[in-house]
Design a protein around this ligand. Structure first.
Ligand code: AMP
Length: 241
């Protein structure tokens, strides 16, 4: 894989003279709270939140060629092929706002993607993986009640975290929608795909320089966030974050 020609601004990729950067990788099944906490982490750490799912959905909304190509995979709960994922993500990571790193939500989804990411990064870039643990039994209820703001992407839940006004985002006033792939039959397929293809990433990062930390995502939201900050501090990343 050739290295990306950078303007020298994005996340440190393959060049040794880049400044230290940190990539926080969020692992865990759909509905584990990755998106919710990524938003708060992004503010707290001043790192951009990059969700490959959001990037695909934006392409679908704008009816781009990429959007047309990924739609059927997403609507069946399947993974989008790597050739459609990697270029899009690595291009996004070249943007100047990624100079100190970023929070990756929904990437990598397979060990092959994790290896492709490793191959792109310079030695100065550190990867931290947070694994959001939640048993499957609670995930279906969490996902099928999920609502998301069409504009700012803030997530809500019909029962557990309802907006103040029905179907209106508390933060930006945008309309709240249900994702097409949050229907129960598609959610079950996504969970199956997660166990088969994404779960091996936990072992991959556990073996990689003590990069992995576990977060019990069944706890109340505020406690989960405190646990995330604690996990990040035990990795002694404060100086680079
Ligand atoms: P998410 O918003 O992360 O739940 O992703 C929604 C859907 O987008 C997934 O079910 C996949 O179809 C697709 N997708 C997102 N990220 C990836 C990825 N890294 N690799 C393959 N497919 C992805």
């Amino acid at each position: 894989m050739g290295c990306i020609l950078l303007t020298g601004q994005g996340v440190a990729m393959s060049q040794s003279n880049q400044k230290a950067a940190t990539i926080v990788v969020l692992l865990g099944p759909p509905g584990a709270g990755k998106g919710t906490h990524a938003t708060a982490m992004s503010e707290h750490l001043s790192l951009p939140h990059i969700s490959t799912g959001d990037l695909f959905r934006e392409n679908i909304r704008n009816n781009t060629v990429l959007g047309q190509n990924v739609k059927s995979f997403m609507n069946q709960g399947k993974l989008v092929p790597d050739e459609l994922v990697l270029d899009m993500l690595f291009q996004r990571m070249e943007a100047p706002d990624c100079a100190r790193g970023c929070i990756l939500d929904g990437f990598p989804r397979t060990v092959a993607q994790a290896k492709a990411l490793d191959a792109k990064l310079s030695k100065n870039t550190r990867i931290i993986a947070l694994n959001f643990n939640v048993p499957d039994s609670v995930l279906i209820e969490r996902i099928t009640g999920r609502l998301v703001c069409k504009d700012c992407k803030k997530p809500f839940h019909k029962r557990f975290d309802p907006p103040k006004q029905a179907n209106v985002c508390d933060t930006c006033g945008g309309t709240l929608v249900t994702r097409e792939d949050d229907q129960e039959n598609i959610v079950r397929k996504r969970l199956e795909v997660y166990h088969e293809e994404s779960q091996p990433l936990i072992e991959y990062y556990a073996k990689k320089n003590d990069s992995l930390r576990e977060v019990d995502s069944q706890n109340p939201k505020e406690q989960v966030f405190r646990d995330i900050l604690l996990a990040l501090s035990t990795l002694k990343t404060k100086e680079s974050l």
